[in-house]
Write a protein that binds this ligand. Structure first.
Ligand SMILES: Nc1nc2c(ncn2[C@@H]2O[C@H](COP(=O)(O)OP(=O)(O)OP(=O)(O)O)[C@@H](O)[C@H]2O)c(=O)[nH]1
Ligand SMILES: [Mg+2]
Length: 306
């Protein structure tokens, strides 16, 4: 695969799209490891998450972004700003559209803003979740989307199953600018471990809790201690905004938080390749959605939410 006579290439590829389009799934698929959390709920990703993939002599830095939607609250605005910021800084942008949902008003709104990108930024279209539709429907959707924007390329993919992902990756590799790699060859993520650990816990919480609650909580790693026996002790705080939410997160007799902790610990142990002791504490903090420090912990710019 890797041909040392070829020039090295490297650059940033921003994956953008509506919430739930499959951006994080595609990031993980292309990296070949889980670097970004995935759930069936919208607005899972809150900040830009970088994953690094190699394709021959090209280093593709994937920038997974929060979903694009019409923001109403401060956190929404900061997330959407982070997503467009990722697109603005990228060498290549890939717009993900869900095959079964097609050209939604949300996609229309994104298409309208593609013109604001730096002139000359190639934008590719990836129609995702093709496993959910009949192949016949894809041609019409491709035409409708390409009539709205002149995409550099169109790919039909299933990020979850892998269909079409090799072709997309190959194209990204050959389309990035020549230049030295941006990360060591064996690095796959660019997220501080304490943040990755917090995201893992947030994923497990999101998977278990009711629709509205995940939005109202955030997880922070408070301390990380390396122990002499090679294990790590990780202490995290789950901030919720309302008193009533604390009980929901804890669950009956602490069942929910215990299950979340077990699942998060198992995943962290696998990722780190060593034992982890994970301690979760739930705190009610009514105003956390308006606190600058919570945003910097999430990797967001508080001012963007103003
Ligand atoms: N059937 C099918 N489901 C998919 C595919 N790709 C992603 N999904 C599912 O779609 C849901 C959302 O995936 P994510 O990767 O979290 O989507 P996202 O675009 O990162 O979402 P946000 O971070 O909320 O903006 C998850 O349940 C995935 O398993 C696919 O190719 N086919
Ligand atoms: Mg995501």
């Amino acid at each position: 695969m890797s041909d040392p006579t070829l020039p090295t290439r490297a650059g940033f590829v921003a994956l953008i799209g509506e919430p739930n389009a499959g951006k994080s799934t595609l990031t993980n698929r292309l990296v070949g490891a889980k670097v970004s959390i995935v759930t069936h709920k919208v607005q899972t990703t809150r900040a830009r998450i970088r994953g690094v993939a190699m394709e021959g002599q090209a280093q593709i830095v994937l920038v997974d972004t929060p979903g694009l939607f019409r923001p109403r609250r401060r956190l929404d605005r900061a997330m959407v700003a982070a997503a467009w910021g990722g697109a603005a800084d990228a060498d290549i942008v890939v717009l993900l559209v869900e095959a079964h949902r097609g050209l939604t008003p949300g996609v229309e709104a994104i298409l309208e803003r593609l013109g604001d990108l730096r002139k000359g930024t190639p934008v590719a279209l990836a129609i995702n979740k093709i496993d959910r539709v009949k192949a016949e429907s894809l041609l019409a959707l491709t035409e409708a989307l390409n009539a709205r924007h002149e995409f550099e390329r169109t790919f039909m993919i299933s990020a979850e199953r892998g269909h079409g992902c090799d072709a997309l990756k190959a194209w990204l590799g050959e389309s990035l600018p020549e230049g030295p790699w941006l990360y060591p060859e064996d690095q796959i993520a660019d997220l501080p471990l304490r943040m990755l650990a917090a995201e893992t816990t947030r994923e497990k919480l999101t998977l278990r809790l009711h629709q509205e609650l995940p939005y109202e909580l955030t997880v922070e790693t408070e301390s990380w201690q390396e122990r002499d026996d090679g294990s790590a002790r990780i202490d995290q705080i789950v901030y919720v905004a309302r008193d009533g939410h604390k009980g929901i997160v804890l669950g009956r007799k602490g069942e929910t938080i215990k299950a979340v902790s077990t699942a998060a610990r198992a995943e962290l142990e696998e990722f780190l390749g060593r034992r982890v002791h994970l301690f979760l504490q739930v705190k009610v903090r009514p105003n956390w959605l308006e606190e600058a420090e919570r945003y910097s912990e999430m990797g967001l710019d508080f001012k963007d939410g103003a």
